[in-house]
Design a protein. Structure first.
Length: 190
């Protein structure tokens, strides 16, 4: 079984919306505002590209990332790995042609089936709604959380407000950086 990893930039109060400057959100670009850039705090991002064998995205994140990531040297490793987009509305003609093999999955059952295939870890970037659905369905195996020392208040959150049983996590890696960022890597305990 393949490992499904959720990777997120997250505020201390759980917001994941608009970290990179996406339009339409009042706190857009919060990862770059008033926080000193320390390369070591982002080492996990390079490791993720080296360790992942596939990328899983929701439609909205796919539409945003596919416009910029294919041409960015920082994300070159993702260009060649298979991408999967979970969407009930995206059509094949809307897929970009310069970002490698992309497959549309229509349901969480198809994600569960993908996890049963041979291959290495699958990484989820962005995709707040998808992350909530995957977590609620028990499909996420690990969380890579880069926690920013901010309280953003409103915005999409990584975890849903669904009333469900307690989910236990095991902290397997952590670090704190001089700029206030914290890395927390959790395995989901089943």
């Amino acid at each position: 079984m393949r490992t499904l990893i959720s990777s997120a930039f997250i505020s201390l109060d759980g917001v994941v919306e608009g970290p990179g400057g996406e339009p339409g959100y009042r706190n857009s670009g919060w990862t770059f505002k008033d926080i000193e850039f320390l390369p070591e705090a982002f080492d996990i991002k390079g490791r993720e590209q080296q360790e992942a064998a596939a990328v899983l995205l929701g439609r909205t994140s796919y539409e945003a990332f596919s416009q910029v990531w294919p041409d960015m040297a920082d994300f070159a490793d993702y260009k060649v790995m298979p991408k999967y987009v979970v969407s009930t509305t995206l059509t094949e003609d809307k897929l970009v042609s310069n970002w490698g093999e992309t497959t549309i999955l229509r349901s969480l059952d198809e994600v569960a089936a993908l996890k049963e295939t041979e291959g290495g870890p699958i990484i989820v970037h962005g995709s707040a709604s998808l992350n909530q659905a995957l977590s609620d369905a028990g499909l996420i195996d690990r969380f890579h959380l880069l926690v920013f020392p901010l309280l953003l208040g409103a915005g999409k959150r990584l975890f849903s407000a669904t009333d469900k049983d307690t989910q236990k996590l095991k902290l397997v890696e952590h670090a704190a950086y001089a700029n206030g960022l914290q890395l927390n890597v959790f395995d989901v305990i089943r």
